[in-house]
Design a protein around this ligand. Structure first.
Ligand code: SAH
Length: 291
């Protein structure tokens, strides 16, 4: 299918359905924090997610270096792109003639990386018209518009045929929906044998219940963080069988430590660092096969 604007086959694109989704659409329409935009400006890949991996201290320059702020921004961006690379690593083999779904695609950074890696079609869904516009404009600048497209659409009601997608993912977007509804919809659009991957923060059932830090993160982002147990249960109930569960909590700490000392702080850094350290919150990748 040709994705050039104007040739879309979907007659109606389902947008936000509930009052909550309207609120979330508004939230992301208005979101323009430097921590997202300045990092994206580094190389044109705009992410709304966190980073993983060790900080290269040498890349930051010495204290007092006039370029230090710029170097910190570049380093944070390198870590957030490393996170997206890990998600794509876990999609497995993707033939060029495949279709991939980025559910909750934000400004499209992961979609562009997926197309660059696999050469295939990538369809993104977001509640925010501003984000979809931004992503599509960036895609046009790169000349990928025949392959990569973002649409305003509720990911619980995807505009795709049953079994159409070779793989699909949620990169930090599953905390806005009921997991049973979400995984039922991924299982519908995925081909049998297709791969689903999520990277997400989740509360740790070993801690007991959502900690005060987790509640603070929910209030900050107007979201509802699920537990690790809920993820695995909702997958099992929806024909998604985990093939890898990777705890990225240790790997994401350097990103947060660096961000907390930068000028890009948003005020939520303490909640992330404290909850990761007290064991109440985890940063997790789950890859599952659609059976
Ligand atoms: N995955 C992106 C963006 C994460 S931010 C990235 O890694 O950069 C969360 C995203 O989830 C936003 O784009 C928001 O619009 C989207 N989202 C939340 N609820 C959604 C829903 N019900 N349907 C589609 N997108 C949704």
């Amino acid at each position: 299918m040709d994705l050039t604007p104007g040739t879309e086959t979907a007659a109606v694109i389902p947008g936000p359905a509930t009052a909550y989704q309207d609120d979330i659409a508004r939230y992301w329409d208005q979101e323009a924090r430097p921590v997202n935009l300045r990092l994206g400006d580094v190389d044109g890949l705009y992410h709304h997610h966190y980073g993983i991996g060790d900080v290269e201290v040498d890349a930051l320059g010495a204290a007092g270096d006039s370029e230090r702020e710029k170097k910190v921004v570049a380093e944070l961006h390198r870590l957030e792109s490393a996170q997206a690379d890990l998600l794509l690593d876990n999609l497995g083999q993707i033939p060029r003639d495949s279709m991939l779904v980025d559910a909750g695609c934000g400004r499209g950074g992961s979609m562009v990386m997926a197309h660059q890696r696999f050469g295939c079609r990538v369809e993104g869904l977001t509640l925010s018209a501003k984000q979809a516009e931004f992503a599509n404009q960036r895609v046009r600048q790169l000349g990928f518009e025949k392959y990569v497209r973002s649409q305003v659409c509720n990911m619980l009601d995807m505009p795709f045929e049953t079994g159409q997608a070779a793989a699909s993912w949620n990169n930090e977007s599953s905390m806005y929906v009921d997991l049973h509804d979400l995984f039922a919809e991924h299982a519908r659009v995925l081909a049998v044998g297709g791969r689903y991957v999520t990277i997400t923060g989740c509360w740790n059932p070993v801690y007991g219940q959502p900690s005060k830090w987790v509640s603070q993160i929910n209030a900050h982002f107007e979201c509802n963080i699920h537990s690790r147990r809920e993820y695995l249960r909702a997958m099992a109930d929806n024909r998604l069988v985990p093939n890898a569960v990777i705890d990225l909590t240790e790997a994401t700490l350097p990103y947060w430590e660096l961000r907390a000392t930068s000028s890009l702080v948003t005020g939520i850094e303490e909640a992330f660092l404290s909850s990761y350290k007290d064991g109440s919150f985890q940063y997790l990748l789950i890859a599952a096969d659609r059976v």
